[in-house]
Design a binder for this molecule. Structure first.
Ligand code: NDP
Length: 400
């Protein structure tokens, strides 16, 4: 039985649908459900036109466990691919337990009323999933996701001990707009405006937002100013690879982007609490989302590429070793193939591959797992086949 249910019909959901349709030998019955059914219908119609592949559609409020359970019982999927928002992770996991369905997501749970994300809430479901004989695969996008699998692959094949891990995420694309976010603006702005944080010598070190930065060279792109920010995969990677002495995450931002962010914060538009406006209550960051460009519409004019990878230093056979593994993804190519830009593409392709790993029995232990806990090899092979080829550089200057 290879029935899967995709929840969420945004940029990432679009890519998941296209990639599933490109692999009909693995996926044979698919439904896409989201808050707004018409968005699922548009995606399903495009997929039908391009690949002659059927996707059923449905409306669901993923904040509501009862509604989810009803849908799961009717459609009876073996796996749910959650590409809605991080706010829905726990309700979808609860419904999976009730209806006995396996689970996969790309971002860890975040409460709506607090800009804080961590794995503790979802890790707490481990025993329940284990007891039910169900698998939950957490963080199966690019970062978290591929970066975590790159680390697992490096640990398995190239290092006896990893000591230093720097994840580097560069978007050298240009969408031609003065300000836009590449994925859901609310989630994106909450992520990049928080304090920086990295792991060093057994503890977390906190920094002011964007306080640490330096230019880093990205392959086929060149030097880009890169800022140390906190990112969710650091939490699980330092737990699963305890030899790591220092783990950091770097993301490139343009001066223009950071100026807009500062203004948005200074004028209170990044607030996540309710304010009274003309007799109704609004949450400023949600209002801002409504007036910003839709990330899904950026694709048609997006030029350039993303470059995301892991720069690792450690020991192999008693010698110091450095290693850089990365993928570059073109916004234009991603748009040609799926109608979305590279940020959605680099998230949706790994989500589909994770589902494929589960359905083909490669990743199937019962319990709640981060992707680096599974065998990286079959996943790495599929990345090369499914549009996200990777390159390795050995014994190079990591610049960090
Ligand atoms: P979008 O905002 O484009 O899409 C989200 C979708 O979820 C929309 O279709 C939305 O419905 C739907 N949705 C929201 N709330 C509910 C609800 N209560 N019930 C049902 N459906 C709901 O987001 P993206 O596609 O850009 O991102 C999807 C996920 O991917 C996010 O969790 C994001 O954090 C994650 N991500 C992960 C990355 C990684 O590398 N790991 C990178 C980028 C994103 P509606 O259309 O009605 O609003």
């Amino acid at each position: 039985m290879r029935k899967v249910l995709i929840i969420g019909a945004g940029g990432v959901g679009t890519v998941v649908a296209h990639k599933i349709a490109q692999n009909p030998d693995v996926f044979n019955e698919v439904m896409m459900a989201s808050r707004t059914k018409s968005k699922c219908d548009v995606i399903a119609a495009e997929v039908k036109k391009r690949y002659n592949f059927n996707i059923q559609t449905a409306q669901v409020d993923a904040d509501n466990v009862e509604e989810l359970v009803k849908l799961f019982n009717e459609f009876q999927p073996v796996l749910v691919i959650n590409v809605a928002l991080p706010y829905q992770d726990l309700t979808i996991m609860d419904a999976c337990l009730e209806a006995k369905v396996n689970y996969l997501d790309t971002a860890n749970y975040e409460p709506k009323d607090e800009a804080k994300f961590e794995y503790s809430w979802q890790w707490a479901y481990h025993d329940k999933f284990k007891k039910a004989g169900l698998t939950a695969i957490l963080g199966c996008g690019f970062d978290p996701g591929v970066t975590s699998i790159f680390t697992a692959y490096a640990a398995k094949h190239h290092f006896d001990e990893i000591h230093y891990l720097d994840i580097v995420d560069c978007n050298a694309g240009d969408h031609g707009k003065p300000f836009a976010t590449n994925f859901n603006p609310e989630i994106n702005i909450r992520e990049v405006t928080q304090k920086g944080k990295y792991w060093e010598n057994g503890k977390w070190v906190e920094t002011e937002p964007h306080a640490i930065h330096k230019p880093l060279n990205y392959p086929d792109i060149g030097a880009k100013e890169s800022y140390l920010i906190y990112h969710e995969e650091l939490e699980s990677l330092v737990k699963n690879f305890p030899t790591i002495k220092r783990a950091r995450f770097w993301m490139t931002f343009s001066e223009e982007y950071l100026t807009h962010l500062r203004v948005i914060q200074n004028i209170g538009m990044a607030r996540i609490d309710e304010v009274e406006y003309n007799g109704c209550k609004i949450i400023p960051i949600q209002f801002l989302k409504a007036v910003l460009p839709d990330p899904g519409d950026l694709g048609s004019n997006y030029k350039g590429k993303t470059s995301i990878g892991c720069r690792i230093k450690g020991f192999k056979n008693g010698n110091v070793k450095t290693y850089y593994i990365y993928n570059n993804c073109s916004h234009e190519e991603a748009y040609k193939e799926t109608g979305t830009q590279a940020v959605s593409y680099t998230t949706g392709v790994p989500a589909m591959i994770g589902a494929m790993m589960f359905l083909t029995g490669e990743w199937s232990q019962a319990g709640v797992f981060n992707v680096e806990q599974f065998n990286p090899d079959p996943f790495m092979k599929e990345l090369n086949k499914q549009g996200l080829p990777w390159k390795e550089l050995h014994d190079v200057d990591l610049e960090l």
